[in-house]
Design a protein around this ligand. Structure first.
Ligand SMILES: Cc1cc2nc3c(=O)[nH]c(=O)nc-3n(C[C@H](O)[C@H](O)[C@H](O)COP(=O)(O)O)c2cc1C
Ligand code: SF4
Length: 806
């Protein structure tokens, strides 16, 4: 076929010619058309985007329209998003109802800032008004100070962050909403309380009452566990006694809004998880949880949490708090009042039965399962899946490791396999039996080398290399800030351990002492004559650490010492009037007077007894009565910033009360333990000798003003110690502070009554009287080099010096 415009050429040739003719205009027009299409579509897209509602994926669960057209945003967006958005909206758009796209949720909730802001008054206008208040109390107990920090942190962080939502709400309509409910009650700022010093009756027999009307309380308890006796034991005992006291309602704390417990423990040291009590990881916190469930009638807001102090306990506390906050918010909304945990009498029996039949074992919920178990707890009246009973304690393991090792219950005060035992032996103590200790003092070593004895030689004639320092009770009822016990010794108000016989303790202590003396034989400078003498103990200082008077057979122990012609100094902490009253003869009887008034004593001695001041005063009365039978001494340990300033008059009043024969005043020895550091003690609290002397003069003047006949008798500047003595010991124009030891034993052997002035020794050495320094010229004085020169031996001695009350 031939085409009209083919000019007789073949078809291919003609088509090619045609393409060459039209190609340029054609390609240009195609490109222009494409450009026009792209630009139009982009402009459309931009225009349509500016009209779209917010992305459902971000705001969907929390948003819905308000009648006034504003949008109640979830709290975490409130600060930044809400203000920006409201600023953007024109008045016209404000009047128009806003269309919100997304899945409809079951309940619309917008938490009022009042429920999260801690002060209702600080809530912005338009916030849901608070009808009542909830007071959160954060209680803690602490032996070495760390739990105090966790408790403070908990109180500080509570509600400080946006609400935590465990899982994002799935896009279905029939599940409960995790977002916070409107608050009906406002949270007042949390109050932190130390259980160790609280009058427990005021908080745990009846709930703490506040003056504020319509206020209910929530108790959060942060509890460490101790295998040894600790203040937690006293708290547990109080809870148990309250529950069993027939005069008190068995659920006296039922009007609390709720409680929850967080335990702190050391999983590496105490890996056992089953059961409760000391020796088990967080075992005592579990006990507290159980008692609180009983006393409140099951008002457990959230299951017990646990933190391993060696494995991110702060992180565990944070997780626990975040979950707890959800339930606290719900509590504030009035929707959930721990009702699934409410106990009836059958439940209580179950718990009691569980104690005996199940060996106290509790199911653990893994941290990953918290969301699920919580959801179940909140939404159904059934117990959570992994738990045996919602009414029993539900332990949540916020730590990651696990172990099945069991630790046996402790019956002895310091068992051989305990950390206390290890810690004490590392510090150089020899543990005798299960509750006694002996340690060679740095002054004993010094005397063996001819470098001087301690103040006891200057004041009373005791040679340090003939002195044994020991205690029949490593436990004490104080937690003095300057104590050397490194915070690991048992503390208790009563003796509740097995008791070793006195002869065994004495023999063990002497063996331990001689063993340590033997180890000195190779030490350069040890004098042969003194080394030989040292194997005949002539004096026993019952001080060291702990409370010797605590030992039930202390009188027999003293008798044994005296029958071996070993004199005795006994230092007690003025907290055990009954034992003090029962005490028979001591060569010299001391009470530690660490402060002149109640508040100062509480701060410095941190006593466990709630009636510590009454006990203290009673002991002074007893001492006053005993002054006719034996030499009595007040031991003052001066701590700068704690008990020196403005206290001379107060101390003078105490001297007037007890009329001791002597007042020994010494500067504190800085031990630098974490406990003392935790209590705010540093080298700056150690007074210089001049400061001690200045205080002594003030005290002496104050005594004079009261008409009390005392004088400054002797000094031992080397150990920062000064002696004030009753004028009874100023005989024939000279001080007679030295003891006639042989006479003391003879008097004892007569079996007749005698008094302290019957065994007064020779005059105080001239070099020891006040103003002469107190260093025996027969000894070699050694000064240390370097920056410590000029400070007292006590300051530079570090861990080698005598104990806080020794
Ligand atoms: C002597 C001693 C005994 C302890 N016994 C236990 C125990 O039985 N179970 C446990 O979980 N933790 C035990 N711990 C670890 C403490 O509970 C943990 O260190 C806690 O943080 C101490 O709190 P605090 O510093 O406030 O006293 C023990 C610690 C010490 C020093
Ligand atoms: S210094 Fe003495 S009284 Fe004070 S806690 Fe230590 S052992 Fe007890």
């Amino acid at each position: 076929m031939e085409l009209p415009w083919s000019n007789g050429q073949p078809l291919g040739t003609n088509l090619l010619a045609l393409w060459h003719t039209v190609r340029v205009p054609l390609l240009v027009s195609l490109a222009l058309t494409y450009l026009a299409v792209v630009i139009t579509s982009r402009l459309r897209a931009r225009a349509s985007k500016s009209d779209s509602p917010p992305s459902p994926s971000i705001l969907e669960p929390q948003l819905s329209a308000e009648p006034d057209g504003t949008v109640p945003l979830p709290e975490k967006f409130e600060a930044d998003v809400l203000s920006k958005k409201r600023r953007k909206l024109s008045p016209a758009s404000n009047r128009r109802p806003k269309r919100i796209a997304g899945t409809q949720v079951q309940k619309k909730k917008a938490i009022s800032p009042v429920s999260d802001g801690l002060d209702p008054a600080s809530g912005p206008a338009g916030a849901v008004p608070a009808q009542s208040s909830i007071q959160v109390f954060v209680f803690y107990s602490s032996l070495t100070g760390s739990t105090a920090q966790y408790a403070e942190k908990l109180a500080k962080d509570l509600f400080s962050e946006p609400p935590y939502v465990p899982t994002p709400a799935p896009p279905v309509t029939d599940i409960p909403d995790d977002s916070p409910a409107p608050a009906k009650a406002a949270f007042l700022p949390p109050i932190v309380e130390n259980l160790d010093y609280l009058d427990l009756d005021d908080y745990f027999i009846t709930p703490a009452t506040l003056q504020t009307p319509n206020t209910t309380s929530v108790y959060l308890l942060v509890i460490p566990t101790y295998e040894i006796t600790s203040p937690v034991d006293a708290f547990l005992e109080h809870l148990s006694e309250t529950h069993h006291d027939f005069r008190i309602d068995t659920k006296p704390l039922r009007s609390l809004a709720g409680f929850s417990v967080f335990g702190l423990g050391d999983k590496e040291g105490w890996p056992a998880e089953e059961g409760r009590g000391g020796g088990v990881f967080c075992g005592q916190a579990k006990e507290v949880d159980r008692w609180m469930a009983k006393l409140t009638g099951g008002k457990r807001i959230f299951p017990i949490g646990m933190g391993d102090v060696k494995n991110d306990a702060m992180g565990s506390l944070r997780e626990w708090r975040e979950h707890l906050e959800i339930l606290l918010r719900d509590l504030a909304s009035g929707e959930v009042i721990a009702e699934s945990n409410t106990l009836d009498s059958e439940d209580e029996e179950d718990i009691d039965q569980e104690d005996t039949t199940n060996n106290g074992m509790e199911p653990l919920v893994d941290v990953e399962d918290i969301g699920n178990s919580m959801r179940q707890t909140l939404t159904t009246s059934q117990p959570p899946k992994n738990t045996k009973s919602a009414s029993g304690p539900i332990a949540i393991d916020f730590t990651t490791t696990s172990s099945s090792k069991r630790t046996p219950k402790v019956k002895e005060m310091v068992p051989k396999d305990s950390p206390t035992y290890n810690s004490l032996t590392k510090q150089g103590y020899t543990i005798v039996g299960s509750h006694s200790g002996v340690k060679i003092c740095r002054w004993t070593k010094s005397a063996l080398r001819g470098r001087g004895s301690c103040y006891k030689y200057s004041f009373y004639g005791i040679k340090s290399h003939l002195c044994m320092e020991t205690t029949p009770s490593l436990s004490c009822s104080n937690k003095c800030v300057f104590c050397w016990r490194h915070g690991t010794n048992p503390v208790s108000t009563t003796w509740n351990w097995t008791v070793d016989p006195p002869d065994m303790i004495l023999q063990g202590a002497m063996d331990g002492h001689y063993q340590k003396i033997k180890m000195m034989k190779g030490v350069p400078g040890v004098r042969a004559d003194r080394f030989a003498e040292a194997f005949r103990i002539r004096h026993c200082a019952l001080s060291l650490v702990g409370e010797p008077i605590f030992y039930p057979h202390i009188n027999e122990f003293l008798d044994m010492l005296h029958s071996r012609r070993i004199s005795s100094f006994l230092v007690c902490n003025a907290q055990h009037p009954d034992q003090l009253a029962r005490l028979k003869y001591v060569t010299q009887l001391y009470v530690s007077i660490d402060a002149s008034n109640k508040e100062s004593l509480r701060r410095i001695d941190r006593p466990l007894h709630r009636d510590f001041w009454e006990r203290f005063m009673k002991c002074l009365e007893i001492l006053r009565a005993k002054r006719h039978r034996m030499r009595t001494v007040y031991r003052l340990t001066l701590v700068k910033g704690f008990n020196i300033e403005e206290e001379a008059e107060g101390y003078a009043d105490l001297v007037e009360k007890g009329l001791p024969a002597f007042v020994e005043i010494k500067g504190v020895t800085y031990c630098g333990t974490s406990t003392s550091v935790g209590a705010g003690l540093s080298m700056s609290n150690v007074p210089f000798y001049e400061e001690v002397c200045e205080f002594v003069r003030k005290l002496n003047d104050a005594l004079g003003r009261r008409g009390l006949k005392y004088g400054i008798a002797a000094e031992h500047a080397h150990s920062c110690c000064v002696l004030i003595a009753s004028n009874d010991y100023f005989i024939d124009g000279r001080w007679h502070t030295v003891i006639h030891y042989e006479r003391f034993f003879e008097l004892l052997e007569t079996g007749k009554e005698f008094g302290p002035l019957d065994y007064v020794g020779p005059p105080t050495e001239e070099w020891a009287v006040w103003g002469q320094g107190g260093f025996n010229p027969a000894d070699e004085r050694v000064y240390r080099k370097g920056k410590n020169k000029g400070k007292t031996m006590q300051e530079v001695a570090g861990g080698e010096a005598e104990s806080g009350c020794g």
